[in-house]
Design a protein around this ligand. Structure first.
Ligand code: CA
Length: 231
């Protein structure tokens, strides 16, 4: 898993944008949908780790969408947090019966929302560790969005950051350029495989002053591997 991806389904643009900004800032990857139809397209073709679903949507309601999702064999395990402006017991029962994992009542505090997301991801086993370290002392911190080599900050561009996170969470295995594109850039993005080489070069260059450039190894004719063993 390259990173934790959350789908926000909310028709109110201001709330959607707020959620997008809030979740991105703490390191989640975020997809947005304005109604159930858009959400259905996204959950069926993209790997989503958690759904943040507004109850009141135009067309199919969030509750009905959750019911549909929980009946689908492939999708039923996807954790759902329902956003609702209704704080009444009766509605909570309906949601629980539909199989949603938790609720957040609007207006919500950012802190509460993030705590609930974390808890649901932890329960479902979908959370990516926030801090990943190599034995040799390279450290990536998702919540702070930074990389440390010893105690030194390693400045990385956003793509190099994602690439390094992917490698650090998938060590000692060889990946082809097309696999790396899928896992780091996403399956629905059309980019030339050569782009991977460009970002690998930048990543190595950023790691070089700290002596970690050789962790990113070229495997001739196949692709790349991240390894602490000499290549
Ligand atoms: Ca709404």
């Amino acid at each position: 898993m390259a990173e934790t991806k959350i789908l926000v389904v909310e028709d109110e643009i201001a709330v959607r944008e707020l959620l997008h900004a809030t979740l991105t800032k703490v390191g989640y990857s975020v997809c947005l949908a304005g109604n159930a139809d858009e959400a259905r397209d996204i959950v069926t073709c993209d790997e989503i780790h958690l759904l943040l679903l507004d109850w009141m949507l135009p067309g199919m309601s969030g509750l009905d969408f959750a019911k549909w999702l929980k009946r689908d064999q492939q999708l039923a395990a996807m954790p759902v947090i329902l956003l609702t402006a209704r704080d009444e017991e009766n509605f909570k029962v309906q949601g629980l019966e539909a199989g949603v994992d938790d609720y957040v009542t609007k207006p919500f505090s950012t802190r509460e929302l993030l705590a609930r997301i974390k808890a649901v991801l932890r329960r479902s086993g979908n959370d990516a560790a926030e801090i990943v370290r190599t034995h040799l002392g390279l450290e990536i911190d998702l919540s702070q969005h930074r990389v440390l080599a010893g105690n030194q900050f390693v400045p990385l561009g956003p793509t190099e950051f994602k690439l390094l996170h992917f490698f650090m969470t998938h060590q000692e295995r060889v990946y082809s350029r097309s696999q790396i594109l899928d896992m780091v850039w996403g399956r629905n993005v059309y980019i030339e495989e050569r782009t991977v080489d460009v970002h690998i070069r930048r990543l190595r260059k950023a790691l070089e002053p700290h002596g970690y450039q050789e962790l990113v190894q070229t495997v001739r004719g196949v692709g790349y591997r991240f390894s602490e063993q000499p290549g």
